[in-house]
Design a protein. Structure first.
Length: 170
């Protein structure tokens, strides 16, 4: 990295952190991660100033884009698919210290799936565990595609609500 860029970054650091904090809705830890990842983009030359705007404007754009990317990653991790994928990955590569926590989460997921109507549970199982498309699941279940899609969407919505920590379980 050029010395002039390093000097500009050092001068802008307090303002850049304030901007990252704003982009992360006041979450200090996330703002630190975003700013660190923005610096990493610069160090790895995945971002470079082209001179079409001031350095500060460009740098704040990089920070904003990085914050948006981090938000999307976090939203995916928090999504139903992300949770199911995390469970699947953890089943194949468990950390010994996390065994009890994993068992509890698996039991919770099984308990929530058991609360779904049969067709909803079937289509979710076929799509997520058997890696079938909704069309293929519909064929297996001997229902129309529209019906399978409806069961799939309703099942996901119900499962999402059941997996919420503050959800009243029936």
């Amino acid at each position: 990295m050029e010395r002039s860029i390093a000097d500009q970054l050092e001068t802008l650091h307090p303002d850049a952190f304030g901007w990252a904090l704003h982009c992360c809705a006041g979450n200090h830890a996330r703002a630190e991660d975003v700013l660190q990842n923005a610096y990493l983009k610069l160090a790895q030359e995945r971002a470079s100033h082209d001179g079409h705007s001031s350095f500060k404007t460009w740098w704040f754009g990089v920070i904003r884009l990085t914050a948006h990317e981090e938000f999307r990653r976090q939203r995916y991790r928090d999504s139903l698919v992300g949770k199911l994928l995390a469970i699947f990955i953890e089943e194949h590569h468990p950390a010994p210290s996390r065994q009890m926590e994993r068992d509890e989460r698996n039991a919770e997921l099984r308990r929530c799936l058991a609360q779904l109507p049969t067709r909803q549970a079937e289509v979710l199982h076929l799509v997520f565990y058997q890696d079938l498309t909704i069309q293929e699941a519909a064929n297996v279940m001997r229902v129309g595609l529209g019906s399978a899609r409806q069961h799939y969407e309703r099942g996901k919505a119900r499962l999402r609500s059941l997996l919420q920590p503050d959800s009243p379980h029936e």
